[in-house]
Design a protein around this ligand. Structure first.
Ligand SMILES: Cc1cc2nc3c(=O)[nH]c(=O)nc-3n(C[C@H](O)[C@H](O)[C@H](O)COP(=O)(O)OP(=O)(O)OC[C@H]3O[C@@H](n4cnc5c(N)ncnc54)[C@H](O)[C@@H]3O)c2cc1C
Length: 399
């Protein structure tokens, strides 16, 4: 058996930054990280939009608001220090009609409350930033929203964690808990404190520790269409005004770190947790459980799951996606786009309230902590989230 002071499960951005921070904070401790895949970052952390969000979408009392602004600053600095590519293109949020102007103002207020640099600009100023952008009277401009390559950041963080002495065990899958030991596919690991950062499987693991009783993960698939236009065809990310009832931001234009354009991601309900395409990673038990939950939401959800599912399923059509994208930007033609690598959101549903959880959720006690609902902007928020986890452990752990 391999023993440890801290055992972290999950080699995504959250698990890596938490393991690294634990090693820095608890001198001389043994920190072991388990990842079921042969490399780190194979799931959400390596399959996202790569946007460093500014933090104006989230209500001021949320963890997302608390972590985004500082997370954006810290990840930007990390990329600069490590010579990783970053595209400081900024972002426009555009309105389609008069109704959306009041929601644009709400975002502006949230930005102010969260102390985020955000400007309300006229239609003409919008055109000066990006001539192809379409908006009704006003738009918002966020200068600190940028793009990085999440896989480059993951590679650098993994190297740093290893240098600092974190022991990373790849192809090592958490199977079950037996008291203060974890059984994996390759043997047993002991721990004094356990951190669950298992993304799409975080709820399952948390249940073994008596947590996540009130929550389950419902996977939502994010598909992207990549443009074949030359890099540099758009000056800023362009997003619609989001529907405040859902935690998703709507189909938008992202500029990648190398200046290419992509539209997406969708938020299509998936039928098993790692269903990236077709029957990939098919799990019958998950299909049964998730279909059951989706039917439950169709019948009883407190939000309009039927409308969400119906609208999202239509986005399997390239024409539908480009039609939505052309409401934001001129000169969009469906033949310019091809489907690219999909990502899946580990979105939590609250079983009692029958709602989607909007904020990060953490549950734990004096010997374990479970990071649930590490959805967007989880990548942006990773460094402050790791600080928060370490502070929580210092205050609550029995070590
Ligand atoms: C489509 C999409 C777009 C997004 N865009 C952005 C964005 O632009 N900006 C932003 O800030 N955020 C974005 N996000 C959110 C961001 O990607 C996530 O918040 C973040 O990656 C979550 O990291 P994680 O470490 O919790 O999860 P993951 O990266 O999924 O890592 C969890 C790890 O746990 C491992 N694991 C699971 N079960 C086990 C087990 N039993 N044993 C061992 N290991 C296990 C998995 O293999 C995985 O590597 C996006 C997400 C998606 C899906």
């Amino acid at each position: 058996m391999i023993s440890s002071d801290f055992l972290v499960v999950g080699g995504g951005i959250i698990g890596l930054t938490v393991a690294k921070k634990l090693k820095e904070s608890f001198h001389g401790s043994r920190v072991v990280l388990l990842e079921k895949e042969p490399i780190c970052g194979l799931h959400a952390s390596g399959r996202n939009s790569g946007v460093l969000h500014a933090g104006f979408y989230y209500s001021a009392n949320s963890l997302k608001a608390r972590f985004s602004r500082e997370g954006n600053r810290l990840m930007t600095q990390y990329c600069l220090d490590k010579n990783l590519r970053i595209n400081k293109c900024g972002k426009l949020v555009v309105a389609k009609n008069e109704n959306e102007l009041s929601r644009l103002n709400d975002l502006l207020e949230r930005g102010k409350a969260n102390q985020v640099d955000l400007k309300k600009i006229s239609k003409y100023e919008t055109k000066e930033i990006e001539p192809r952008a379409k908006t009704f009277e006003y738009a918002l401009f966020s200068p600190t929203t940028s793009s990085i390559d999440p896989n480059e950041a993951m590679g650098a963080l993994k190297d740093d964690a290893l240098k600092e002495g974190v022991e990373i065990h790849l192809s090592t899958e958490y199977v079950k808990r037996e008291g203060k030991e974890i059984l994996t596919n390759v043997g047993r690991f002991g721990y004094d404190f356990f951190v669950n950062a298992a993304g799409l499987y975080a709820d399952k693991i948390a249940l073994d520790f008596g947590f996540s009783k009130n929550y389950r993960i419902l996977p939502f698939k994010g598909l992207y269409l990549y443009s074949n236009e030359m890099p540099g065809k758009l000056n800023a990310h362009i997003y619609p005004v989001p529907d405040p009832l859902y935690p998703f931001l709507g189909v938008h234009f992202t500029i990648t770190v190398d200046g290419r354009l992509k539209i997406g991601p969708t938020a299509i309900p998936a039928f098993w947790r790692e269903q990236y395409s077709g029957f990939e990673n098919f799990e019958f038990k998950e299909l049964a459980e998730i279909t059951f939950r989706q039917f439950g939401l169709l019948a009883f959800s407190k939000f309009d799951f039927k409308k969400l599912a119906f609208e999202e399923l239509k986005k399997y059509s390239k024409n539908r996606m480009t039609q939505l994208a052309s409401e934001l930007v001129s000169g969009v033609h469906s033949k310019q786009f091809t489907w690219g690598k999909a990502g899946i959101r580990a979105q939590l549903i609250n079983l009692n309230k029958r709602t989607l959880e909007m904020d990060f959720v953490l549950e734990g006690d004096d010997s374990s902590l479970h990071i649930l609902n590490a959805v967007s902007p989880g990548f942006t928020c990773a460094f402050p989230m790791a600080d928060y986890v370490c502070d929580h452990i210092k205050k609550n752990a029995n070590i």
